[in-house]
Design a protein around this ligand. Structure first.
Ligand code: NDP
Length: 330
């Protein structure tokens, strides 16, 4: 039974040597427990924060202990009345091929409604982040302009599509020409900008947003966000969802100070953490499923195969190797 442990707290970009593979005997279950076989593992940028020892909204991983993330698993043995063999569950699980659980915190999911992997993406944490971040903090009105960074990723691609459903002008920022093309052709963005090849990003944003920006859904922070902020409208709303450009920095990045434009433009800037909205999850999943069934929402996934590829899939997030949700299929 293979397990992946945190070997070192990464300095800068995570490396293969920060992870350690180990093996144990397949575990046995006692009364009230279930044996789970991991089927899909979600790798997410926020796990980088948990690999550091810094204080955050989730506890850091412990050294030499298994790393955990959102996973889909199959119940292969059950001594717990709430679960039967063959059930599929989602929840935060260890990076192990097999593990024992008492079922607490696990949700039984229906493979006949949607493919299992979608419960980690569009119908899971990242879909909910897009929906709740945009609607609870961004509150976009019909006709307004939304800019989203990290636009071709799991969260960003959903944010843009919801923006279109709500009748907004939507502009995405992403790292390759292929991603930019896909945002427009597959996800219906009005325009998109490649931040790696565009010389004057501030100007490109201004051109793509002739009426300025009302809502900025920020997944990346850093220079990209400075250029978006420069184009924000009066009473604009900024959802600070992520700052992936800074996750591997070893010192605090500096940039233009934000107070100035926040005051001058009466802008609302609010940090978002999905865990603060648990009571809204059922409503969110219902709405996302409805849009999915109606064909108003679509998704893409980057699925890599094999337990051993989990660390590399995680590291690839910081190289932009994924489009849509990055998932490891076991
Ligand atoms: P993504 O699927 O968007 O994957 C990460 C993407 O980030 C990459 O594909 C890459 O795309 C982009 N990226 C990587 N490095 C940089 C960089 N230096 N500058 C700019 N872009 C970069 O991940 P998620 O959709 O899962 O997450 C998106 C963001 O939302 C993350 O910051 C994450 O931490 C945050 N998040 C926050 C949550 C919350 O509750 N606060 C919940 C879920 C996610 P490209 O090729 O375009 O560079």
């Amino acid at each position: 039974n293979k397990i992946i442990l945190l070997n070192n707290r990464p300095t800068g970009k995570p490396q293969a040597s920060d992870f350690k593979f180990t093996d144990e005997n397949k575990p046995e279950i006692a009364k009230g427990e279930i044996l789970l076989k991991t089927k899909f593992v979600s790798v997410d940028p926020y796990l980088r924060g948990r690999m550091s020892n810094a204080e955050s909204y989730v506890e850091p991983f412990k050294l030499n202990k298994p790393i955990s993330s959102g996973c889909i698993a199959e119940v292969v043995e059950s001594k717990n009345e709430s679960f039967k063999k063959g059930d599929f569950v989602s929840g935060s699980l260890d990076w192990k091929e097999y593990q024992v659980s008492n079922g607490k915190g696990l949700l039984t999911i229906d493979a006949s409604i949607a493919p299992l992997s979608t419960y980690l993406g569009i119908l899971g944490m990242t879909g909910l982040t897009a929906y709740l971040g945009l609607t609870e903090i961004g509150v976009p009105k019909k006709g307004e302009t939304i800019v989203v960074s990290g636009a071709a990723g799991a969260v960003g691609s959903v944010v843009g599509q919801i923006g279109k459903i709500l009748g907004c002008h939507v502009v995405g920022i992403a790292g390759t020409d292929e991603k930019v093309a896909m945002l427009k052709s597959k996800f219906g963005f009005d325009d998109a900008i490649n931040y790696n090849t565009t010389k004057d990003i501030k100007k490109a944003i201004a051109t793509a947003c002739p009426n300025g920006i009302d809502v900025y859904f920020d997944n990346v922070g850093g220079d990209i966000s400075d250029n978006v902020h420069a184009n924000i409208n009066r009473f604009g709303r900024i959802i600070v969802c992520g700052a992936i450009s800074a996750y591997n920095e070893t010192s605090v990045p500096t940039g233009p100070r934000v107070e100035h434009f926040l005051i001058r433009k009466s802008v609302l800037m609010q940090g978002f953490i999905i865990g603060n909205y648990v009571e809204k999850f059922p409503e969110g999943i219902k709405q996302l499923s409805k849009w999915l069934q109606e064909g108003k929402l679509t998704y893409t996934e980057t699925i890599v195969e094999g337990f051993d590829t989990i660390p590399q899939a995680f590291m690839d997030l910081f190289e932009g190797k994924n489009t849509g949700k990055m998932i490891v299929k076991i």
